[in-house]
Design a protein around this ligand. Structure first.
Ligand SMILES: [Zn+2]
Ligand SMILES: [Zn+2]
Length: 555
């Protein structure tokens, strides 16, 4: 096991220990050890023979023996024992905001509660108030917490919806009695979070098709004569809409939504059935609007359809991590993968020194990383490699490296990774100050949001966009499906201030270059065309721009 895997196991152990031990110190010891292991600049296995591991600050006798066992065998008997004591779903109770590990441990030991259903039942029966520290009020709050946790549970990130929808569509396409099948709904509109999957099926024989559907989804039931629903992969609700071939277009349009957009369109086009969506737009005298852009009635009023950016338009990218910070692949592996994808250029950016939890690089460490890049860039010719950093925006808005270090870089992504709790005013000032640093090229994941997990921090967006436009700092479209940050809903306002964008994968492994796919979805949803996106530009133009910008900064 490498250090990241070991750190993860130590974290898991600390969670179990916190459940089971009244004394917090033991759990803390594992938490501390996990952080110490992540911060190592070497692999624990290499530190065993010399006994250095045991001497590492943050590692104690007990934790060292666990690390040693993990490094040698890839297992921890201690963890395996702990896992046996608790049912596997116990940590889902953490999704209830009022519950921490200590309380969950108590609920399990005293009342045998180990999942949301049991917890809800116990609350309703008034059994929680028999425990110390729980009262009637807490029970009510916990019930609300359960409802909120469930609500989140039935939501999914877009890539899951796209993947499951596409798989179902392919299976349906293979059935003879089906003339056409298309995914519609919020998946087709590329909303970042979805609740269900909708598929329109053109067929003359809905009843016959239902028998086929039973084989591909569970719990199939009829909603009405032209709609059935079922559950795919044990979790996602799927609606099947049956259409006669001559009404396929109108059903596709209606089930794609949004209802506001569809109503506005049908008001002009009339409510007649159509074989294709294009017919309906034509009847309304409106240009065809791609599904991603069908949210509000305004989306219909635009005079001209814009050409939305496509994945193929991206000629390169930035924001790529390596094992020098918290990436899982080496510099050479990340470069090779970018080269294989046919990129003209790639910008490497590991974390900066204040991001110690992510293995951020000191000024010295950054030099070593640059030397490693220099060593390998010949191997990926003619792809151009740009040297950069994802530098922390410090609490006071400073950038995490001094000028002498920033001068050595082709680009700087400035991101916030700490102190999320500032007030809106403080956060705005912090970011504005960062944007004033002339070395900053991109503003990384604008709000720090993690979809379905945490909201982003707030700021005065218009002031930030105005400053970014003025200073020529581009705003990143972070393609990580958990982030998709900047929110597409804000992009129009940023454009009004002259801001430009760049689509980045924030890749921590070679697979994560795929985040450019979801990043492009977000850019399309925002209505962006290739000309507003920096990394659609050819390598010479990009290199020239970065060079001039740096020259202006050093002047
Ligand atoms: Zn980041
Ligand atoms: Zn990053």
């Amino acid at each position: 096991m490498n250090k990241w895997e070991i750190a993860k196991v130590l974290d898991e152990i600390s969670k179990y220990v916190e459940l089971s031990e009244p004394n917090r110190f033991k759990a803390l010891a594992f938490e501390k050890a996990s952080r110490a292991i992540s911060a190592l600049d070497r692999e624990p296995a290499d530190m065993l023979p010399s006994g250095e591991l045991q001497k590492t600050p943050g590692i104690g006798k007990t934790t060292a023996s666990v690390v040693e066992e993990l490094a040698r065998t890839g297992r921890s008997r201690y963890l395996e024992e702990l896992r046996k004591e608790y049912p596997p779903g116990i940590f889902e109770l953490l999704r209830v905001p009022q519950l921490g590990l200590k309380k969950i441990g108590m609920l399990h030991d005293k009342l045998g509660i180990s999942n949301l259903d049991q917890l809800e039942e116990a609350c309703r029966a008034g059994r929680l108030r028999t425990l110390r520290g729980f009262g009637e009020k807490t029970e009510q709050k916990i019930l609300q917490g359960i409802a909120a946790a469930r609500k989140r549970q039935s939501q999914f990130l877009l890539p899951i919806g796209v993947e499951v929808g596409e798989q179902l569509r392919e299976r349906l396409a293979g059935i003879d009695a089906i003339e056409n099948a298309e995914v519609s709904g919020s998946v087709r509109r590329r909303l970042e979070v979805i609740r269900n999957i909708n598929i329109v099926i053109a067929t003359g024989d809905p009843e016959g098709i239902k028998r086929n559907l039973e084989k591909i989804v569970a719990s199939l039931e009829s909603v009405d004569p032209s709609t059935a629903k079922g559950v795919a992969r044990n979790e996602i609700e799927v609606f099947f809409h049956f259409a006669k071939p001559q009404e396929f277009g109108s059903i596709l349009l209606r089930t794609t939504g949004s209802s506001e957009f569809v109503n506005a369109l049908l008001e002009r086009a009339g409510n007649r059935s159509a074989k294709t969506e294009e017919e309906i737009f034509e009847r309304a005298g409106a240009p065809y609007v791609p599904p991603e852009r069908r949210e509000s009635a305004d989306d219909l009023r635009r005079k001209r359809a814009r050409s939305l950016v496509k994945l193929d338009d991206l000629r390169g990218t930035f924001h790529v991590h390596t094992t020098f910070s918290d990436g899982r692949n080496t510099v050479l592996e990340m470069l090779t993968a970018a080269h294989t994808r046919g990129f003209e250029y790639v910008g490497m950016s590991d974390h900066s020194k204040s991001a110690y939890y992510a293995g951020g690089l000191s000024d010295e460490g950054l030099k070593v990383q640059q030397a490693e890049i220099a060593k390998h860039e010949r191997q990926v010719k003619p792809m151009r490699v740009f040297r950069g950093t994802e530098a922390d925006i410090l609490a006071d808005g400073g950038i995490d490296y001094p000028t002498e270090t920033l001068e050595t870089l082709d680009f700087v992504i400035a991101s916030i990774h700490s102190r999320f709790g500032m007030t809106k005013e403080e956060m705005t000032e912090r970011i504005l100050r960062a944007l004033d640093n002339p070395f900053v090229t991109f503003l990384g994941h604008l709000t720090g949001r993690k979809l379905l997990a945490r909201d982003g921090y707030t700021m005065d967006f218009d002031r930030v966009f105005e400053k970014a436009g003025e200073r020529g700092v581009m705003i990143e479209i972070n393609g990580n499906p958990n982030r998709l940050d900047i929110d597409w809903r804000l992009v129009g306002r940023a454009l009004d201030h002259g801001v430009r964008f760049s689509i980045h994968p924030d890749a921590h492994s070679i697979q994560e270059y795929n985040a450019l796919i979801s990043g492009t979805w977000a850019a399309r949803k925002a209505g962006l065309s290739p000309k507003e996106i920096f990394n659609t530009k050819p390598v010479d133009e990009v290199a020239e721009y970065l060079k001039e910008r740096r020259a202006a900064a050093t002047k």
